[in-house]
Design a protein. Structure first.
Ligand code: ADP
Ligand code: MG
Length: 269
């Protein structure tokens, strides 16, 4: 890439599903890690008051002085909230439990749905030259998630391959449609990624078949297998790609990154 002055607008992707425990945070961290390995520059926005993405990337609580809360509700400057991580090419705006009151505080704000959108479009954004912003959404369709969808170019939906997985998706799709109609007409669906897939389990196969039949092309070909290394990595504050680089989970997230880049017609160089 040249050093010429360039207008650098990152692609913003909201990782969303109102169900908890489906792999949003895991996908955010490991897709970021896989993209960063390929040389892309990533900013993660931790939009979940649980702060799992922050913890999973080794950001100590004491280091979280300025967080997503300040970014959204206190007009904080990007420079004051973006932290580097130990991982090359990955930065983060961390969150803490303080963010749990944001949903209610937002209601009284006239620009309640647009605050994250505006925050991510501060002029300073260009200087960071991020290629992608991944927003790790909370497990709910609240105003924080709406902020993510209004700010984003697309929504990436992790779908846990288990019974009832498809239930709740219609509600998510409805919310996406509402956001398109009201605030962000260009919002796309980046894709649905099957997570915690167990090839030996008939149920996983059935859920995959149902998802592909009902959702068609938007389902990524790459499936993320259930892999214990994936679940161990956060307690070592690492993406699984660092923790166990050749584990099945790591390989799958690298595949997902390739498919994601291909869908976006993005190549390096
Ligand atoms: P969410 O952010 O949607 O709540 P998480 O990403 O935190 O979901 O995942 C929920 C739990 O499942 C976590 O304990 C995580 O480590 C585990 N997990 C996620 N993906 C996998 C996987 N592919 N294999 C095994 N465990 C996984
Ligand atoms: Mg999470």
């Amino acid at each position: 890439m040249s050093d010429l002055i360039r207008v650098h607008e990152p692609k913003i992707v909201a990782v969303a599903n109102q169900k908890g425990g489906v792999g949003k945070t895991t996908t955010t961290i490991n897709l970021a890690a896989a993209l960063s390995e390929l040389g892309w520059k990533i900013l993660i926005i931790d939009l979940d008051p649980q702060g799992n993405a922050s913890t999973g990337l080794g950001i100590d609580i004491e280091a979280r002085e300025n967080t997503t809360y300040e970014l959204i509700l206190d007009d904080a400057m990007l420079q004051d909230v973006i932290l580097p991580t130990e991982f090359e090419n990955i930065s983060i705006v961390p969150s803490t439990v303080d963010l749990s009151s944001a949903d209610i505080e937002l209601i009284a704000n006239e620009k309640r749905s647009f605050l994250l959108h505006d925050a991510l479009r501060q002029p300073a954004m260009e200087q960071y030259a991020f290629d992608f912003v991944l927003i790790d959404c909370p497990p709910s369709l609240n105003l924080l998630t709406v902020n993510a969808m209004v700010a984003a170019h697309s929504v990436l939906v992790p779908l846990q391959t288990e019974f009832f997985a498809l239930e709740g998706l219609s509600q998510l799709m409805l919310t996406i449609r509402e956001v398109r109609q009201s605030a962000n007409s260009k919002l796309r669906i980046e894709g649905v990624v099957l997570t915690m897939f167990d090839a030996r389990n008939n149920l996983s196969q059935q859920v995959e078949a149902d998802a592909r039949e009902n959702l068609g092309d938007i389902v990524f070909r790459t499936r993320i297998p259930r892999n214990v290394r994936v679940s161990e990595a956060p307690s070592y504050a690492m993406p699984v790609l660092e923790f166990d680089s050749q584990s099945k989970g790591a390989l799958a997230y690298r595949e997902l990154a390739k498919e994601f880049l291909m869908n976006n017609e993005m190549t390096k160089g």
